[in-house]
Design a protein around this ligand. Structure first.
Ligand code: HAM
Length: 425
């Protein structure tokens, strides 16, 4: 057993897995750019109050899963690692006066999040999200645009059949009466409630609907539905989101029990689920509208909507399909007949790298045969062999797959390798 291990619920992304993440990050940033989102970075930790107020105090994420940073002194501010990016992005929107820019302000962030969750398959204490937020547009068209963007991410990543689940959770005009009806429903069976849920019934009954406790399944199945009790503006908004999705030809399933685990949502709420995920616990991604959040964090009332897509779960789903990504390999390795001529090999590799090529140099003092074996193992296509011909400005270029080689003038080598790499203009 090694003396030290990565903390429970976290893992090292070794090159093979990191390559898969890099691919998803590239897809995410390319899509975000095409849809008009600009990148933002916020700190990995914030004042705890940003999450308590933003995400909500009576949520799993804040009550049970927040990674609080131990205060250094008695009068230190209270900080916590970000469990999700939306609250921090909205905090930044308010702090930097982004409401003076043309609205909506479309922002994207891809990075690690932290939740002190019970580690299990697809549930980590440090995980990665691709997040987008469109702040300053009341919808409903942008709601459909964002859902379509999420769907396209999964398609581009290579996951087919991802199911879109959709709901509306109303707004401050219609939700209170619904929440009261929901509380009555649970109160009538209070004896069946697990202790945590009984406690939450008085503080935030909506949270019972998305409880992870299996004892809640039957009670939740018979609970009243928010979509039966929407006020007219919320009902119109929901109908129009669905019309826009229909116009885009996007299939979705209405899911009345979908309330999301965070308190800031209003109206549109949606999740992405793996194909055939019946009874499964883990969504691939989720999001929704948060028309009250900017004001809650001290800005002027401004609507917003966004999503967070969990990258770890996409990687797991792709691995399960056998669609892992191979890490990048060098185009060529510079090797040589004189084991001691490391400076020469390094000099030639440096020239080629300066021309934008992915080239390694053999810097050990092994025999040429060993150097070539190691170039093959590194996955290189070519070996640049430095020998006596260097005196006339030549090297040998060996095609490692075809096991053939020919002399090449050093001056012609960069252009030739660029052509071979398929990057020639
Ligand atoms: P969320 O549903 O809490 O929403 O998280 C979004 C996604 O992050 C989940 O669907 C899941 O894929 C991934 N995720 C969450 N927790 C874990 C975990 N412990 N391990 C692995 N993956 C996890 C949000 O975070 C909102 N900020 C989304 C949003 C953005 N809403 C509006 N804008």
């Amino acid at each position: 057993m090694p003396t030290f291990r990565a903390p429970r619920g976290t893992r090292d992304l070794l090159p093979a897995e990191r390559a898969g993440f890099r691919r998803l990050e590239t897809i995410a940033s390319d899509l975000a750019r095409r849809y008009g989102y600009r990148e933002i970075e916020t700190p990995l930790f914030e004042q705890t109050a940003v999450f308590e107020r933003g995400v909500g105090e009576v949520t799993d994420v804040v009550e049970k899963e927040l990674f609080r940073i131990a205060p250094r002194t008695d009068d230190s501010e209270s900080w916590a690692l970000r469990p999700e990016p939306t609250a921090g992005i909205v905090r930044a929107y308010v702090q930097h006066g982004l409401q003076t820019l043309p609205q909506p302000v479309k922002l994207t962030l891809t990075g690690p999040m932290f939740r002190y969750d019970r580690p299990q398959a697809g549930r980590f204490r440090q995980f990665w999200q691709f997040d987008v937020e469109a702040i300053g547009d009341p919808g409903p068209a942008i709601d459909a645009e964002i859902i379509e963007l999420g769907r396209r991410f999964y398609l581009d990543a290579g996951l087919d059949g991802v199911e879109i689940r959709l709901n509306s959770i109303g707004d401050p005009a219609c939700r209170p009466a619904y929440v009261a009806a929901l509380a009555d429903h649970y109160r009538s069976s209070a004896a069946l409630l697990p202790p945590l849920e009984r406690d939450r019934l008085e503080r935030n009954p909506l949270r019972l609907l998305d409880s992870k406790d299996p004892a809640m399944a039957a009670l939740n199945a018979t609970a009243p539905k928010m979509t039966d009790r929407l006020c007219d503006p919320c009902a119109e908004h929901f109908a129009s989101v669905k019309d826009h999705l229909d116009a885009l030809g996007i299939d979705f399933v209405e899911e009345p029990s979908l309330v999301r685990g965070l308190d800031y949502y209003t109206r549109t709420a949606f999740e992405f689920w793996p194909a055939g995920a019946e009874g499964q616990q883990s969504a691939l991604g989720g999001g929704g509208r948060y028309d009250g959040l900017v004001a809650l964090l001290g800005g002027k009332a401004t609507p917003g909507i966004g999503f967070g897509l969990g990258l770890d779960r996409v990687i797991l789903a792709l691995e399960a399909k056998g669609a892992a990504v191979a890490p990048a390999t060098p185009l060529a390795v510079v090797v040589g007949a004189d084991p001691d001529a490391t400076a020469e090999r390094l000099r030639i590799a440096t020239i080629l790298r300066g021309q934008g090529l992915a080239v390694q140099a053999e810097l050990g003092r092994r025999k040429l045969g060993r150097q070539l074996e190691s170039a093959v193992k590194a996955g290189a296509q070519f070996a640049v062999i430095v020998g006596d011909e260097l005196e006339t400005g030549h090297v040998a270029l060996r095609d490692l797959d075809a096991a053939s080689q020919k002399p090449v003038a050093l001056a012609d080598l960069p252009a030739l390798l660029r052509r071979k790499a398929g990057t020639a203009e």
